[in-house]
Design a binder for this molecule. Structure first.
Ligand code: 13P
Length: 317
């Protein structure tokens, strides 16, 4: 299989025959999930990639603005550079996670420049996150982002609904949040949103929450989230595109496995691996042990939680 290789300098090598959208759609149809691992600390990238290769799985490596602002991954160019050093595109591809239209501090973001930067670097896919804007503006900004990504021949993920974040402002207790459906993606809006924006993958809120990044809460174990599978099934029916589960750390395994069968084709995991890395650094004081902890946790997720070991050939053709 031939690839479009990110070269971090703006030009493109190779032939673009297997694009990541084909892999995600193949996974979606086969009821297999593609894990997308965030690398909030740059040294996490190498052991994540090694685990994916050793498990003969397929995954995405991703980075989000909030991570390079909060942790040590230094931005899309640095992540792309590390990806180029360690990654084998037969096993992993590079995704730009969460480019917000309005950020967590309610500030406007120059999302077009960020998307262009990643596209010029050679990222394989991008995400626009207009979920803090109202529906009309989310549709407008997502449509712009989709046009930009498609012109470069790559897919664009978008978000509708509110995947809330632990430790960011007052949230009701989880059970209350789940029962009330607070922030859940609306089925009617989702049908309209996908039809209007032509986004390739849709991030949905069905009980999933993002792990904390705030100084006070970032070391705490995440609440075990559950997923409303009936709601997810309605969303699948309404949208007809692969769906993405953000806040993947610590979601009840039986719910994740069921959700994959109902249309979740990509799951984002950040907190679980970040905490493994940081705990490893704290307890051993050294990078080798921290990287070993990331390798072990990634292996466990691929093999035991998502059961995707050996699945690569099934979805990459
Ligand atoms: P967690 O940190 O909860 O795993 O969420 C990751 C995520 O959704 C990144 O976009």
């Amino acid at each position: 299989m031939a690839f479009r290789l990110p070269d971090c300098s703006g030009s493109v090598e190779g032939v673009h025959t297997v694009i990541v959208n084909d892999v995600v759609r193949a996974a979606w149809k086969a009821g297999i999930v593609i894990p997308a691992f965030n690398v909030p600390h740059l040294p996490m990238l190498e052991p994540v990639v090694r685990a994916v290769v050793d498990q003969d799985a397929f995954a995405l490596i991703e980075t989000a603005r909030i991570e390079w602002q909060t942790f040590e991954c230094y931005g899309p160019a640095a992540v792309c550079d590390a990806y180029r050093r360690f990654a084998d595109p037969a096993y992993v591809r590079l995704h730009l996670d969460h480019v917000p239209v309005v950020d967590e501090d309610d500030l406007e973001v120059d999302y077009i420049t960020l998307l262009r930067t990643a596209i010029d670097l050679g990222y394989d896919s991008v995400m626009i996150d207009g979920s803090r804007a109202d529906l009309t503006r989310n549709i407008k900004t997502t449509s712009e982002a989709v046009a930009l990504a498609h012109a470069a021949g790559i897919p664009c993920e978008a978000e509708l609904g509110a995947v809330l974040r632990e430790g960011a402002g007052p949230l009701p207790p989880y059970d209350e949040l789940f029962a009330s459906g607070l922030g859940f993606t609306s089925v009617d809006e989702a049908a309209l949103f996908v039809a209007e924006t032509r986004c390739d993958w849709l991030s949905v809120a069905v009980g999933n929450v993002h792990g904390a990044v705030s100084q006070v809460f970032r070391d705490r174990k995440k609440t075990q989230a559950r997923l409303n599978l009936d709601h997810l099934a309605h969303l699948r029916q309404a949208t007809g595109v692969p769906m993405v589960l953000h806040g993947g750390s610590g979601v009840r395994q039986e719910d994740v496995l069921a959700a994959i069968k109902v249309g979740i084709a990509k799951i984002n995991i950040a907190t679980e691996l970040r905490q493994a890395f940081e705990d490893g650094l704290r307890t051993s004081g050294g990078l080798p042990a921290a990287k070993a902890a990331v390798y072990d946790r990634t292996t466990m997720l691929l093999r035991d939680t998502y059961a995707v070991s050996g699945m690569r050939r099934l979805i990459t053709g």
